[in-house]
Design a protein around this ligand. Structure first.
Ligand SMILES: C=C(CC[C@@H](C)[C@H]1CC[C@H]2C3=CC[C@H]4[C@H](C)[C@@H](O)CC[C@]4(C)[C@H]3CC[C@]12C)C(C)C
Ligand SMILES: C[S@@+](CC[C@H](N)C(=O)[O-])C[C@H]1O[C@@H](n2cnc3c(N)ncnc32)[C@H](O)[C@@H]1O
Length: 360
């Protein structure tokens, strides 16, 4: 081969690798790149150990029932998955019904805007995002409502990512991010004009504890909406396939135990809320939320190859391959949950904190 042919082959190869790694990788135009995958706040050498530690929670079921340990376990999970989520899904870590003719990005945004429309806030109001991730919903909601959004997440790495994205999006004057536990929030009583949680309170070991905290920080008369992960009326505990699917979802998503849809309103009332509305947003006429997961299968294989190569080259932490494989399997369990109708990630509940009784 003469030197010109060698040069062209080399250039083509290098261009191909660059395209495969840097262009094809991110879920969003300006998303995470494969070469930047990390273990969140965990140092690269410790990612594999932390992954093993994550699984040990499930090998000792008693541990997972120890409510105090759950926030640490959830924090470890988000150190492991946050970059992969951003890279392969985007900045909003939740599902939404597909909308014919609309992109995933638009369908996601509309699902987020619906939440803030339900809680009826005015520009300038101060509202709470319970379990805010890297802030995809927060930015969409602040831009749509012009309310000031305060987000809380247990994961410090997400706090830094969310603050960076807020600044980059030029919306940091409306968005604040706090690192903390939503079971013990660092906010005074009666301090928010509204609150929402999107696919986050499913991580609480006891739903009652997080609902009670949200109730405490809301001003009397204000509204709270949540999109909850639950098993539906189609779930049968005596069906081994149902049990396997739900267990697969719990293990791949750091859940201390999925609740039944029946528990949600009951818990909300128990802590003092009035339940205004409750509805599974996944039910027809909504289009399936899991098609995006199914359609992504080819991309997941490509991602798997990419992660394996990057880990072998020492660019991505070693454990990233295991974490990616876990998510790969989780995607299948979630799809099965959606297709069988035994699971929904969008059981919507809208609650009001009653007005304070007039002082006599
Ligand atoms: C609300 C929660 C998270 C919901 C979703 C955002 C995530 C659930 C499963 C995740 C994924 C599965 C497959 C991954 C794929 C193998 C990889 O190549 C790219 C990223 C995935 C698509 C990843 C993206 C996020 C999810 C869809 C829970 C935790 C309560
Ligand atoms: C699936 S993500 C959803 C994030 C965000 N709502 C979104 O839709 O993009 C769940 C979020 O809940 C947060 N979370 C889970 N348990 C928590 C806890 N005890 N305290 C604070 N945040 C918690 C996680 O850190 C993560 O940010």
């Amino acid at each position: 081969m003469d030197s010109v042919a060698l040069f062209c082959t080399g250039a083509l190869l290098a261009g191909g690798i660059y395209w495969f790694v840097c262009i094809l990788g991110p879920a969003e135009q300006k998303g995470k790149r494969a070469v930047d995958l990390s273990g969140g706040s965990i140092s690269a050498e410790k990612v594999q150990d932390n992954y093993k530690q994550y699984w040990s929670f499930f090998r000792r079921p008693k541990e997972i029932e120890t409510a105090e340990k759950v926030p640490d376990f959830v924090d470890t999970f988000y150190n492991l998955v946050t970059d992969i989520y951003e890279w392969g899904w985007g900045q909003s870590f939740h599902f939404s019904p597909s909308i014919p003719g609309k992109s995933h990005r638009d369908a996601t945004r509309l699902h987020e805007e619906m939440a803030v429309d339900l809680i009826d806030v005015k520009p300038g109001d101060r509202i709470l995002d319970v379990g805010c991730g890297v802030g995809g919903p927060m930015r969409a909601i602040a831009a749509h409502s012009r309310a000031k959004v305060v987000g809380i997440t247990i994961n410090e790495y997400q706090v830094n990512r969310a603050r960076m994205h807020n600044k980059k999006a030029g919306i940091d004057s409306l968005c604040e991010v706090v690192c903390g536990n939503f079971l013990e929030m660092p906010f005074p009583d009666n301090s928010f004009d509204g609150a929402y949680s999107i696919e986050a309170t499913c991580h609480a070991p006891k739903l009652e504890e997080v609902y009670a905290e949200i109730f405490r920080v809301l001003k009397p008369g204000s509204l709270y909406v949540s999109y909850e992960w639950v098993t539906t009326d189609k779930y049968r505990a005596e069906n081994p396939e149902h049990v396997e699917t739900i267990q697969g979802i719990e293990r791949g998503d750091a859940l201390p135990g999925l609740r039944s849809y029946l528990d949600i309103a009951e818990t909300a009332r128990k802590v003092g809320f009035e339940v205004v509305k409750e509805r599974d947003l996944a039910k027809p006429p909504a289009q399936p939320w899991w098609t995006r997961l199914k359609m992504g299968r080819i991309a997941y294989w490509r991602n798997h190859i990419l992660v394996t190569v990057l880990a072998a080259l020492g660019i991505a932490p070693k454990g990233t391959v295991d974490v990616h494989e876990m998510l790969f399997k989780t995607a299948d369990y979630l799809t099965r949950g959606g297709e069988t109708g035994i699971f929904t990630p969008m059981h919507m509940i809208l609650c009001r904190k009653p007005d304070s009784p007039p002082s006599s």
